[in-house]
Design a protein around this ligand. Structure first.
Ligand code: ADP
Length: 392
C-alpha cells in the first residue's frame, strides 16, 4: 500500500487528506480529517472511505496544540491503521510562491528558507503552511515533501493584468498582483477540459466561492486574470474579508480612528465581509436562514451577489467576452439561490438560467448554450496529490 498525506495547515486548523496510490499511479481518497481549534479546545476528526470507524476526539479544554503535535496525531493514526512505512510522500498547500515558485517543487531546507522570505506577503497563511513542512522535516526527515502554490497557476497572467499602476521600481520589487486559489483553478481547468474540451479552449470564468472567494478568467485553460491581487484580500467580498475597498479608507482609519496597521489588517481579514456586514455570521447557510427576518443578513447576501456580478463583468471585459462560467467551492457548489441570482444578473452577457438544472445541481445549469454556465466540485487535495506523484 502506498499513501500520500496532503496537508493544508492554517493558523487555527490543520486539514489533511490521505490518498492511496494505485498501480497506475492514480491517487484515490482514503481519508479526510482536520484538527480544528489549535489555539484552544482543539478537536481531531477524521473520516475514512475504507470502512474504518470515524474519529472524533476533543483535546482537553483550553489545551494549545502546536502544528507539530497536530501532525503527530495524524501520523499516529496513519501508523495505527496502515503502518507508517506505507506513507511515501507528503504534499502541502502553500499559499505564496512569489515570483519564482511557479510550479510544484520538492521541498528542502534551502527552498523552505526562500519561501519563508515570502511571509510578509501572506502573513496570515504562509507561516502556518511552512510550520507543517518544518514539523514533518523533524518528525519524518526522510519523507519526500512537495509544495504546491496557490499563486503558481496565475504565472501566465500577462503584465497588463499583473502590474499595478505604481512607480515601476515598486513593480520590480514584486509589488504586483499574484492571484490566489490557483490550486483549485488548476484542478477545475483540467476537470472542465476533460468534460468539455472544445469550450475549455475558449474564454472561461471560474468562480471559486467559498470562505475565500475569487474569480479567474482563463483562455485555453491558462489564467489571464484573477480578482485577487497582491494578497488574498482583494476582489470579491468574502466570508470575513472585505475584498476591494478604496485604499484611502485605510489611511483614514489609521489617522482619524488611531487604528494600528495590525488592527486594520485584522479588521479587513477577519471582521469584514459577510460577517462584518451582517453582524451575524460568515456562513452562507446561517445568513440564508436568517435573511427573511433580518435586514442585515439580507444586505450581506445582496452585497455578496452584487460583487460577484460586477466582477464577472470586469473579467469578461478583460477577455473581450466569455464562453463559459463555472461555479465551484462551498458556496458555488451548494447555493443554488446565489447561482440563480448571479446568472440573472449577467443576462446582458447572454446567460439564461435553467431553473430545474440549477436546483438539481446538474453539470450545465444555463438554458443558454453559448455562453453556458456550469457547476463543478473542486478538489484541491486531488490536484496536490497528482502534482506530488508527478514530481516524485
Ligand atoms: P473554504 O474557503 O474554507 O475552503 P468552503 O469552500 O468550504 O470554504 O466554503 C465555505 C462556504 O460554503 C460557507 O460560507 C458555507 O456556508 C458555504 N456552504 C456550504 N454548504 C452550503 C450550502 N448547502 N448552501 C449554501 N452555502 C453553503
Amino acid at each position: 500500500m502506498r499513501l500520500i498525506l496532503i496537508l493544508n495547515a492554517g493558523s487555527s486548523s490543520v486539514k489533511c487528506a490521505l490518498m492511496q496510490i494505485d498501480e497506475q499511479g492514480t491517487a484515490h481518497d482514503l481519508a479526510r480529517g482536520s484538527i480544528d481549534g489549535l489555539g484552544q479546545n482543539a478537536e481531531f476528526s477524521m473520516r475514512f472511505m475504507d470502512g474504518h470507524p470515524a474519529i472524533k476526539e476533543a483535546m482537553p479544554a483550553g489545551s494549545q496544540i502546536s502544528h507539530k503535535e497536530a501532525l503527530s496525531l495524524i501520523l499516529n493514526t496513519v501508523d495505527r491503521l496502515y503502518g507508517l512505512s506505507s506513507l511515501v510522500a507528503a504534499g502541502h498547500r502553500i499559499v505564496h510562491g512569489g515570483p519564482d515558485f511557479v510550479k510544484p517543487v520538492r521541498l528542502n531546507r534551502t527552498n523552505v528558507d526562500e519561501l519563508r522570505k515570502l511571509i510578509p506577503l501572506a502573513p496570515l497563511h504562509q507561516p502556518h503552511n511552512l510550520a507543517a513542512v518544518d514539523s514533518l522535516f523533524e518528525l519524518l526527515p526522510n519523507l519526500p515533501q512537495v509544495g504546491c502554490f496557490d499563486t503558481a497557476f496565475h504565472a501566465t497572467m500577462p503584465a497588463i493584468a499583473r502590474n499595478f499602476a505604481l512607480p515601476k521600481a515598486l513593480t520590480a520589487k514584486g509589488i504586483r498582483r499574484y492571484g490566489f486559489h490557483g490550486i483549485s483553478y488548476n484542478y477545475i481547468a483540467e476537470a472542465f477540459a476533460a468534460r468539455d474540451p472544445e469550450r475549455a479552449k475558449g474564454r472561461v470564468i471560474v468562480a471559486h466561492l467559498g470562505n475565500g472567494a475569487s474569480l479567474c478568467g482563463m483562455i485555453n485553460g491558462q489564467s489571464v486574470v484573477n480578482t485577487m491581487g497582491f494578497s488574498a484580500l482583494d476582489g470579491l467580498m468574502m466570508g470575513t474579508r472585505a475584498g476591494t475597498i478604496d485604499p484611502a479608507v485605510i489611511f483614514y482609519l489609521m489617522r482619524e480612528e488611531n487604528m494600528s496597521a495590525e488592527a486594520v489588517e485584522k479588521m479587513l481579514y477577519s471582521q469584514s465581509g459577510l460577517l462584518g456586514v451582517s453582524g451575524l455570521s460568515n456562513d452562507m447557510r446561517t445568513l440564508r436562514t436568517a435573511a427573511p427576518d433580518n435586514s442585515d443578513a439580507k444586505m450581506a447576501l445582496a452585497m455578496f451577489t452584487y460583487r460577484v456580478i460586477r466582477e464577472i463583468g470586469s473579467v469578461a471585459a478583460a477577455m473581450n467576452g466569455v464562453d463559459a462560467l463555472v461555479f465551484t467551492a462551498g458556496i458555488g457548489e451548494n447555493d443554488s439561490e446565489l447561482r440563480a441570482d448571479v446568472i440573472k444578473g449577467i443576462g446582458h452577457l447572454g446567460f439564461t438560467l435553467k431553473t430545474d438544472a440549477n436546483e438539481q445541481r446538474d453539470f450545465q445549469i444555463s438554458a443558454s448554450t453559448h455562453p453556458a454556465a456550469f457547476v463543478m466540485p473542486t478538489n484541491e487535495e486531488s490536484l496536490i496529490a497528482r502534482s506530488t506523484i508527478t514530481l516524485l
